[in-house]
Design a protein around this ligand. Structure first.
Ligand SMILES: C[S@@+](CC[C@H](N)C(=O)[O-])C[C@H]1O[C@@H](n2cnc3c(N)ncnc32)[C@H](O)[C@@H]1O
Length: 391
């Protein structure tokens, strides 16, 4: 087999990132956007030691799970993986993958907003043109519409494109409670886009005009959001995950919210525990978390600005929500010796979650749920309950 070879093949399976799988003489070929049972003419575009990659030239027999792709950037942008198939098929592929990985049943939390869900986007600007970086090549894919974005962000995008974008590197847009926040990363503040109409404008993280921060309300809890605050991008799925975490964690005297960001989860659980401690490495997030306490008149939560590896003390229950890289060995050691009854682990990377669960020797995986925080992309969010052995 060599690059440029053409074959007629039948797709025998699908993976969790939007590829169809075929075999030629027992050698595995991945084909982007191909679906099980389809007969396809492909061209080989890449060959590795263990597999090859093919691209679709012609679909001879179509799966009934194939749908028309509305997005004109699907093949070049690289942000989405499942626009060519039904949402239920995407979810089934993700469930199959997780059930094999964790060797247990997965409770998939189903959301209704498979499109237009993102409350935040960061566009790159190159030579005055605005778009996404292709995830592999870092070439700019210029866009004027994205099916994942809140419609108000799409409208703002088209307004922004009317301005001269020279000297601008990145533009972050957030839409929270129907209000628009823009943070521009630029070589200097003397830019045309300064005149754009929005509820809140920052340049290079410096406040320029409008409201200083936006406020989101979930279940009567108010969350302040600054340009650099970590805040989940999909409100509906954030609530599904937080509600599941709430049911897993139950009630008690003391809770540790490790990797707490702006304190959103701890605050969501404020009535389940007498005292909550949040710990987070980013000092701006901690300032933001303390504002959230004031906004909600909360006095049973304290936030600590520190590295998770320095955590000490004992708690009835612990929530961890680390970045994609998962838990460090120091944190694993702390958790194994913590004696906490329960650990709820929220993760945006199933592979590091699996690795960490295997290292948490003193805990047993009791239940695991998953959701699509970023529907139509390859990403999966998991939340699981671990209980101490011998309880
Ligand atoms: C996935 S976010 C979770 C934030 C929060 N729980 C939420 O749902 O909004 C991960 C957080 O971990 C923080 N973080 C990363 N490394 C850390 C470390 N070594 N110690 C403490 N916090 C860390 C990041 O700053 C980020 O706020």
């Amino acid at each position: 087999m060599k690059i440029g070879d053409k074959y007629k093949i039948k797709i025998i399976d699908e993976d969790n990132i939007g590829n169809g799988i075929a075999k030629i003489d027992n050698f595995v070929i991945f084909i982007k956007s191909a679906l099980k049972d389809e007969e396809i003419e492909i061209e080989i575009i890449k060959i590795n030691k263990h597999y090859a990659v093919g691209k679709i030239l012609n679909i001879i027999f179509k799966s009934n799970k194939r749908i028309d792709v509305e997005c004109k950037y699907y093949d070049i942008c690289g942000g989405c993986n499942f626009l060519h198939t039904t949402y239920s098929n995407e979810i089934n592929n993700k469930i199959n993958y997780l059930e094999k990985l964790f060797n247990t049943k997965i409770n998939y939390l189903i959301n209704n907003n498979e499109l237009y869900y993102r409350n935040k986007v960061t566009f790159h600007v190159l030579n005055g043109k605005l778009g996404y970086f292709n995830d592999k090549t870092h070439n700019l894919c210029e866009i004027d519409y994205c099916y994942l974005l809140n419609p108000k962000i799409n409208l703002k995008l088209n307004e922004i494109k009317k301005y001269n974008l020279d000297n601008i590197n990145e533009i972050m847009i957030r839409c929270i409670s129907d209000k628009i926040m823009i943070n521009i990363s630029a070589n200097n503040e003397n830019i045309d886009l300064k005149n754009i109409d929005c509820d809140c404008l920052y340049i290079n993280n410096k406040y320029i005009k409008g409201e200083e921060y936006l406020v989101d309300t979930i279940d009567n809890i108010k969350y302040s959001i600054y340009p650099n605050s970590f805040y989940q991008v999909n409100n509906e799925v954030m609530k599904l995950i937080y509600d599941k975490a709430k049911s897993y964690i139950g009630f008690g005297d003391t809770l540790l919210d490790l990797y707490c960001g702006t304190g959103t989860i701890g605050i969501y659980l404020k009535d389940n525990f007498k005292h909550i401690t949040g710990l987070e490495i980013n000092s701006t997030s901690i300032e933001n978390a303390n504002i959230n306490l004031k906004l909600n008149n909360i006095n049973n939560i304290e936030f600590i600005n520190d590295d998770a590896k320095n955590i000490k003390g004992s708690y009835d229950a612990i929530i961890v929500d680390p970045p994609r890289s998962g838990l460090s060995n120091d944190v694993i050691e702390y958790l194994n010796n913590s004696n906490s009854n329960k650990i709820v682990y929220i993760s945006c990377n199933p592979n590091t979650l699996k690795r960490d669960i295997d290292k948490l020797d003193n805990y047993i995986l009791d239940d695991i749920s998953a959701a699509s925080m970023f529907p139509r992309t390859k990403h999966i969010e998991c939340v699981c309950k671990l209980v101490i052995k011998g309880e």
